[in-house]
Design a protein around this ligand. Structure first.
Ligand SMILES: O=C(CO)COP(=O)(O)O
Ligand SMILES: [Zn+2]
Length: 213
């Protein structure tokens, strides 16, 4: 996809996520890697009303070169994209159920959502590390993200804040963020009900077929 198409795709995904309540107000941000830099949603922008030409463009050194001022979470996106060279996009949301799990799970947990369905395993992978709480925009979260992502995580939960998810493409990152939110909703719906989970062998077979992590 060329840059204009990527800008349009960021706006279309943002609109869709916002319309379904995956993001409210000005919460959340999206970044996409370019051959010579990064596109990222502007700070304080509503994902439902993004404009292609106002999306922030950063150069290879992560300096703002055009568009509105970038998200205050540049260091969050940078940590993921630098730790996972195959990742092409990062999505951060405050989606309700994933954030609820981020309030329940203890920092340090690596599997706060059980493997209930195949698409959660296929899109999000084996681990979902829960990182400590950081103030939004705090660059101190970058090293923690780098360790988790460098260790193979495709997604993390920031305690009491929300999910951060990467994908090879923008579509994959958005799909993973959506699967994570739905898996969190299922996990909360089924909490204490004794739901059957996928077996370790079923999980391994999915990861073998659709990629590890
Ligand atoms: O989700 C957010 C902070 O964590 C939103 O921040 P920005 O508006 O700066 O992107
Ligand atoms: Zn946030």
């Amino acid at each position: 996809m060329d840059e204009q198409a990527l800008r349009a795709a960021i706006c279309a995904h943002g609109r869709s996520l916002f319309a379904r309540g995956f993001s409210v107000g000005s919460a959340g941000n999206i970044s996409v890697r370019l051959p010579d830099g990064v596109l990222i949603t502007p700070t304080n922008s509503c994902l439902g009303r993004l404009e292609p030409e106002r999306i922030s463009r950063l150069d290879r050194a992560w300096r703002h070169v055009s568009g509105d001022p970038p998200s205050k979470e540049v260091s969050m996106h940078r940590a993921f994209l630098e730790a996972r060279p195959e990742a092409g996009a990062v999505v951060h949301l405050h989606s309700t159920h994933a954030t609820a799990i981020a309030c329940l799970a203890a920092p340090g947990e690596t599997a706060p959502i059980p493997p209930l369905t195949p698409y959660f395993v296929m899109r999000v992978g084996r681990t979902l590390p829960v990182l400590p709480y950081f103030r939004p925009g705090d660059p101190a979260m970058a090293p923690a993200i780098a360790v988790a992502a460098g260790g193979g995580a495709r997604a993390v939960l920031l305690a009491n804040h929300g999910p951060v998810v990467c994908g090879r493409t923008l579509d994959e990152a958005v799909y993973a963020a959506e699967e994570l939110e739905e898996a969190a909703r299922l996990a909360l719906l089924l909490r204490g009900a004794g739901a059957r989970t996928l077996s370790p062998a079923q999980v391994e077979a999915l990861l073998g077929a659709f990629g590890g992590g």
